[in-house]
Design a binder for this molecule. Structure first.
Ligand code: AMP
Ligand code: ZN
Length: 313
């Protein structure tokens, strides 16, 4: 082990850098100039596709309505989610140029002089999607059918959290299975599917542990939301130890009771007319692939036969 004074890195940081280096050397991830923004190799994508098949088979009994949204959604809907209040540091908004020739000349002159040109841009009417269930909620305004609805959403999420830990990316995919409907059914859905997710991920050889968790709400106001989440057990994460004893484990999936947080804002009601509740089961696709690579090794040809078969590798 290198001495911390020699490198300035803690043993945990060393371990994260080491795993990142192994992934890059193996060509599974391709680095870019931005921390946490990677290309993926064909092998990485093959594992991710296999994993997605496993999740789709697992959740087949839900008869979920599959919907796909692009990685941006309307700023007006983003406003309703409160994301900018709770997670300003993770947000990403899109800006573009709306000036005329004169402003364009100014932009070019600033750029030529090596100055910042961002000031010449104005916010566009879209933002980057942070949680891929958010665009769904915006489509459900009004009354849900009796018994509620279940939705299968797969897409790219953005979170501004640059890191040397390959498990913490800025742009990554989530596969979410979302229930919106009666409050009791939402709670039951979360609990039932949390257990099934544990079984499915364990079946791939992943040592997952369910842990009561909280979102990284920003600032002083956020501390209230953290204590509510923990007190009422609203968020459970499935964690996998990635760096031995150096770290308590990284979440590869989460099962969440959103209660009326999004449904009230978007005006979504049950068939009976009360405010509906939402619950979601969210799988981090890249994180789960990385956990498989960590547990079974970087060469997928050497993975246990049953795991290869399940993932159709
Ligand atoms: P959350 O909505 O925060 O519970 O996120 C859902 C899942 O997405 C998590 O359980 C992770 O597996 C994954 N995830 C969250 N943040 C990141 C990130 N920065 N990089 C990669 N995966 C992430
Ligand atoms: Zn969600």
């Amino acid at each position: 082990m290198t001495d911390i004074l020699e490198t300035g890195l803690t043993p945990l940081e060393e371990a994260r850098h080491g795993f990142r280096r192994e992934l890059l050397d193996a060509g599974l991830l391709i680095a870019s100039a931005s921390a946490g923004v990677y290309g993926r190799s064909a092998t990485f994508e093959a594992v991710l596709t296999g994993l997605d098949r496993v999740l789709t088979e697992l959740t087949a009994p839900l008869n979920a309505t599959a919907l796909r949204f692009p990685p941006v959604y309307p700023r007006a809907d983003f406003e309703l989610t409160d994301y900018i209040a709770s997670f300003p540091d993770l947000s990403g908004v899109v800006s573009s140029f709306e000036g005329g020739d004169r402003e364009h000349r100014e932009l070019l002159a600033a750029r030529e002089a090596g100055e910042r040109w961002d000031g010449y841009l104005t916010p566009a009417d879209v933002v980057l999607t942070n949680a891929i269930c958010h665009p769904l909620y915006a489509t459900l305004r009004g009354r849900m059918p009796a018994g509620g609805g279940v939705y299968d959403i797969l897409g790219w999420g953005f979170r501004h959290e640059p890191s040397a830990d390959p498990m913490r990316m800025q742009s990554f995919r989530m596969h979410e299975f979302v229930y919106v409907g009666e409050p009791d059914a939402a709670q039951e859905y979360r609990d039932t599917w949390l257990d099934k997710a544990v079984d499915a991920l364990s079946g791939l050889g992943l040592p997952v542990t369910p842990v009561a968790a909280n979102d990284p709400f920003f600032g002083r106001a956020g501390r209230m939301l953290v204590s509510e989440q923990l007190r009422d057990n609203l968020k459970v994460e499935l964690t996998v130890p990635m760096y031995g004893d150096l770290h308590e484990g990284t979440a590869i999936a989460s099962a969440n009771c959103q209660r009326d947080h999004l449904t009230a804002a978007f005006g979504i009601r049950t068939a009976g007319g009360e405010v509906a509740h939402g619950a979601c089961l969210a799988f981090g696709m890249e994180r789960t692939v990385l956990a498989l690579l960590r547990v079974h090794g970087l060469d997928v040809n050497d993975w246990p036969l049953d795991v290869r078969a399940r993932l159709a590798l």
